[in-house]
Design a protein around this ligand. Structure first.
Ligand SMILES: *[C@@H]1O[C@H](CO)[C@@H](O)[C@H](O)[C@H]1NC(C)=O
Ligand SMILES: *[C@@H]1O[C@H](CO)[C@@H](O)[C@H](O)[C@H]1NC(C)=O
Ligand SMILES: *[C@@H]1O[C@H](CO)[C@@H](O)[C@H](O)[C@H]1NC(C)=O
Ligand SMILES: *[C@@H]1O[C@H](CO)[C@@H](O)[C@H](O)[C@H]1NC(C)=O
Ligand SMILES: *[C@@H]1O[C@H](CO)[C@@H](O)[C@H](O)[C@H]1NC(C)=O
Ligand SMILES: *[C@@H]1O[C@H](CO)[C@@H](O)[C@H](O)[C@H]1NC(C)=O
Ligand SMILES: *[C@@H]1O[C@H](CO)[C@@H](O)[C@H](O)[C@H]1NC(C)=O
Ligand SMILES: *[C@@H]1O[C@H](CO)[C@@H](O)[C@H](O)[C@H]1NC(C)=O
Ligand SMILES: CC(=O)N[C@H]1CO[C@H](CO)[C@@H](O)[C@@H]1O
Ligand SMILES: [Ca+2]
Ligand SMILES: [Ca+2]
Length: 564
């Protein structure tokens, strides 16, 4: 009787403690964030291309697997020279994806299910087919200096004209392209079809606010800002541009190394401006935080400033791409090093973390690291404190499908963008059409959502198990003293501990190697197996005394639980 009462009181206390911890954690701080690549997620009308209605039809899936927020790669009208990262109209839906009504329906349904929806925002440049660029070419009223125009250099002897600087575009070639009609060069840091905006122009900044407001008014929960480290370039007061030092290019090559086009401080100031705008919007309109996710392949010093420089605040969530570089040779120690690189600076300063192992620009992790490590990575990404980011298909362990790279010229980013594998029917349930925009990976009859739903210890079940853990007291207490720790226990075994002090503890043990590993006396606790991958010989509910010797099979990845 009295022990019952004690238990009840303890549970009550647990509730109270749990509640305090939750109150201080905003939705973006510990989300399960799912990255949708709209072209490949779900096709609703049989044309072989994913679309908005397709996403809407699959929203229930997110609820089932514990996703709390989504971000969608660009859905704006675009000539698709860079798959939507070349926006022709920032407030119009690409017709192949659907209509504005479809978008509103998607957002309404997402909110009904309590899912946040974040839109990709591509502020660095527009498409050359954007009406603003066309007006700028013609120097129409107000649009004259919306883009970065320049006469270039004239050789005083020969009279020959050359670009203003030696800058290279990220996708190769000169970053400057001549326009006959205007008799000037324009800057583009990506494709020639992606002219850079002039972000020192207040009219451009103002228009970007209007674009943001347009989508905020429709109800979006935030933006994922693309390529923010390229916003502003170095320009001398006399209007000339400094050349990149020779020899700083990729591989020490003669080309420029983006010394003046990337990571300029003025880009950070623009992010502060956006944050002010978003906060003000929330203050006026209420509702939850409109979060800003930042995409920038920059070092942690730069990213830390994106969050805050002490007096000014910027984006809540600069993406942590450290795990995108993991490959077949990476082991637990590599993971610890990569995690530390983030935590030592960003966590220490801002108590913020997120973990990205996959996106649309990189080879998928099962291909990069090996398919036997899928579950270990799912556990690690969700067990580390903060927000986990999942690229569509990652939850079922979809690998690259290289045959997709058959186009002419072959698009090197395609293999990680093949259609989502929903079930074993035609086109993996992605489309009812005759063909799909990229071929479906032929492994789909075995590797798909439906199959994995029915199989205990499938990758999808591990994923679900981990997202469920994010709701526990131990996982919610990550910002508190002693809330988490992680380390490489050996070269191949990575451990993450999540703790609600004095209440409960979860311990992830993930063996990334193909050898049996053992450890003696990790802790005095006896713990229970609560999540097991298919490499584990143990059963759910088995007890493990960690004061003695414990073993991990090759690629075994488990979660253990202890509670007071
Ligand atoms: C974008 O599209 C909308 C809706 O079709 C239209 O009203 C607007 O003028 C367009 N804006 C630009 C810059 O083309
Ligand atoms: C950008 O716009 C500003 C303000 O309109 C102008 O002073 C500046 O010369 C422009 N920069 C370029 C590179 O055109
Ligand atoms: C412009 O200013 C930069 C930096 O002060 C200087 O290096 C460059 O020579 C100047 N160019 C001209 C054409 O005056
Ligand atoms: C990070 O990058 C910035 C901008 O390129 C550079 O100034 C800084 O020295 C770098 N910091 C570290 C620690 O590498
Ligand atoms: C942070 O950046 C803003 C904008 O550039 C600047 O005004 C402020 O002085 C900076 N704060 C610190 C502490 O450097
Ligand atoms: C697979 O998914 C498609 C699209 O939702 C559906 O039409 C089809 O019936 C599904 N197949 C099975 C076997 O459930
Ligand atoms: C699919 O192919 C059949 C037979 O070739 C054709 O009749 C039908 O119109 C095609 N459907 C689509 C959506 O292209
Ligand atoms: C386990 O308990 C013993 C005796 O109470 C203590 O000496 C030892 O340090 C503990 N070990 C760990 C890993 O906590
Ligand atoms: C790192 C990077 O380049 N990311 C995106 C930046 O913008 C370009 C062009 O819009 C996109 O293609 C990239 O995905
Ligand atoms: Ca479609
Ligand atoms: Ca720029």
């Amino acid at each position: 009787m009295s022990s019952c009462l004690l238990r009840f009181l303890a549970a009550l206390l647990l509730c109270v403690v749990g509640a305090t911890a939750t109150d201080t954690v905003d939705w973006w701080e510990s989300a399960t964030l799912y990255h949708i690549y709209p072209r490949s997620f779900m096709d609703s009308n049989g044309d072989g291309i994913g679309d908005l209605n397709g996403i809407t039809s699959r929203l229930a899936f997110f609820k089932k697997i514990g996703v709390t927020a989504t971000w969608i790669s660009p859905i704006y009208d675009s000539p698709m020279a860079d798959m939507g990262y070349d926006v022709a109209n920032f407030t119009k839906i690409y017709p192949v994806f659907g209509t504005m009504e479809d978008f509103d329906a998607l957002l309404a349904k997402a909110h009904e299910l309590d899912l946040k929806l974040v839109l990709d925002f591509v502020p660095n440049h527009s498409s050359d087919e954007c009406e603003w660029f066309q007006k700028s070419i013609r120097r129409e009223d107000g649009y004259d200096d919306w883009y970065v125009w320049d006469d270039g250099k004239i050789d005083p002897e020969t009279g020959a004209r050359s670009p203003p600087s030696n800058w290279r575009a990220t996708f190769g070639g000169s970053a400057w392209t001549w326009v006959e009609e205007r008799q000037q060069y324009y800057l583009h840091q990506f494709l020639a079809k992606q002219p850079d905006f002039n972000f020192t122009n207040p009219a451009v900044r103002e228009r970007m606010f209007e674009v943001m407001k347009f989508w905020l008014d429709r109800g979006v929960d935030g933006f994922r800002m693309d390529a923010t480290n390229f916003l502003v370039e170095k320009r001398f007061e006399n209007g000339t541009y400094p050349d990149d030092p020779v020899g700083t290019g990729p591989g020490g090559g003669p080309m420029g190394g983006f010394s003046y086009t990337k990571d300029q401080w003025e880009s950070t100031e623009i992010i502060y401006e956006w944050r002010e705008f978003l906060d003000e919007y929330q203050r006026l309109n209420g509702g939850d935080t409109r979060a800003m996710i930042i995409e920038a392949y920059s070092n942690v010093t730069v990213l830390s400033n994106y969050i805050s420089n002490g007096t000014h605040v910027g984006g809540q969530l600069p993406m942590n791409f450290n795990f995108v570089s993991l490959n077949e040779n990476s082991d637990a120690e590599t993971i610890e090093t990569q995690a530390n690189e983030w935590m030592d600076v960003i966590w220490v300063k801002h108590k913020m973390a997120n973990w990205v192992a996959n996106n649309h620009d990189n080879s998928r992790s099962p291909t990069r690291m090996g398919e036997s490590k899928v579950d270990a990575m799912t556990m690690i990404i969700h067990a580390l404190p903060g927000t986990s980011v999942t690229y569509y298909g990652e939850e079922i362990g979809m690998p690259d499908y290289a045959a997709a790279c058959s186009g002419n010229p072959c698009n090197f980013r395609d293999p990680e963008r093949t259609p989502m594998q929903w079930n074993g029917s035609i086109n993996a349930g992605f489309s009812t059409g005759n063909s799909t925009w990229l071929p479906v990976n032929p492994n789909y009859p075995f590797l798909n959502v439906q199959v994995q739903r029915g199989v205990a210890r499938s990758s999808l079940q591990i994923f679900k198990g981990m997202t469920a853990l994010k709701k526990t007291a131990a996982f919610k207490a990550f910002k508190e003293e002693g809330g988490f720790s992680y380390s490489a226990l050996s070269k191949q075994v990575f451990q993450v501990i999540r703790t609600a002090v004095g209440q409960e503890e979860y311990r992830v043990l993930a063996n990334l190697g193909n050898q049996i590993e053992y450890f003696d006396g990790l802790t005095n606790k006896t713990m229970e197996y609560v999540l097991l991958n298919s490499y584990s010989p143990h059963r759910y509910g088995d007890k493990l005394d960690l004061s003695g010797r414990i073993y991990l099979m090759p690629y075994e990845a488990v979660v253990l639980h202890w509670s007071e």
